[in-house]
Design a protein around this ligand. Structure first.
Ligand code: ADP
Ligand code: MG
Length: 241
């Protein structure tokens, strides 16, 4: 579903991604871990066109996006959903409008079916009663669940998550993780940057350890957590587990 080859990114003279190769198969859940500043956010932001790479290519579902084709990079955003740490809901729009704005504009949701679809999606996250609420009237965990189903409303081929629970109160973290686990069980292709090692252990098909702009290690969770191959991986996991 996602194939990354030789992906590079520099900010000014500073290389941040140094030749990333990565494959994510349809229905797979990939968890990305690594120290702060290792390039995790930059990597997943390039996957949906928010960051333009300096070199390399990404193919989504067989469609190749070369590094220098800006239009093609922007189209990535329509096929690959993204969920951010800070939810990024539009504060002046209701839950309903937050969910319908982009898909209606992009022709992925027709007016006539919008209401039923929004309700169906909100029911998945037990928030149908909040359809006319504004983001400020919701808890952080509720906002994040809306952000997840808002991404689903675009019918994405894959969903990316950048530390989706890092800003949440501890008691709402599990609600959001439960939604993500449910999506994984339904076969959604997901790339998740997180420090929730319990989630990685239970839900990930593979865990990738990033360090200083490279993928140091890529393994199933049982291997990554019980028998990491590199000293850097061991040192990192020693601190977070
Ligand atoms: P992580 O998500 O693993 O913490 P990031 O991808 O956010 O890492 O950042 C990797 C490196 O790139 C850091 O050194 C960061 O300061 C730098 N960086 C990220 N975004 C930008 C930007 N827009 N401009 C300049 N430097 C950036
Ligand atoms: Mg980050």
């Amino acid at each position: 579903m996602i194939r990354v080859r030789g992906l590079n990114k520099q900010f000014g003279a500073t290389p941040v991604l140094k030749g990333i190769d990565l494959d994510v198969h349809a229905g797979e859940v990939l968890v990305v871990v690594g120290p702060s500043g290792s390039g995790k956010s930059t990597l997943i932001r390039t996957l949906n066109g928010l960051v333009e790479p300096s070199g390399g290519e990404i193919a989504i579902d067989g469609v190749v996006t070369p590094a220098n084709d800006r239009k093609a990079w922007q189209r990535l955003r329509e096929d690959i959903g993204m969920v951010f740490q800070d939810y990024a809901l539009f504060p002046h729009l209701t839950v309903r409008r937050n969910m319908t704005l982009a898909p209606m504009r992009r022709g992925r949701l027709r007016e006539a079916e919008a209401d039923a679809e929004v309700r169906r999606l909100l029911e998945l996250v037990n928030l149908a009663h909040k359809i006319d609420a504004y983001p400020r009237e919701l808890s952080g965990g509720q906002q994040q669940r809306v952000a997840i189903v808002r991404a689903l409303a675009m019918k994405p081929k894959a969903l990316l998550f950048d530390e989706p629970t890092s800003a949440l109160d501890p008691e709402t973290v599990s609600d959001v993780l439960a939604v993500m686990r449910d999506l994984a069980n339904r076969g959604m292709t997901m790339v998740v940057v997180t420090h929730e090692m319990g989630f990685a252990r239970e839900v990930a098909d593979r865990v990738v350890f990033m360090d200083e702009g490279v993928i140091m290690e890529d393994a199933p969770p049982e291997q990554m957590f019980s028998n990491p191959q590199h000293a850097r991986t061991r040192a990192f996991l020693g601190k977070v587990l």
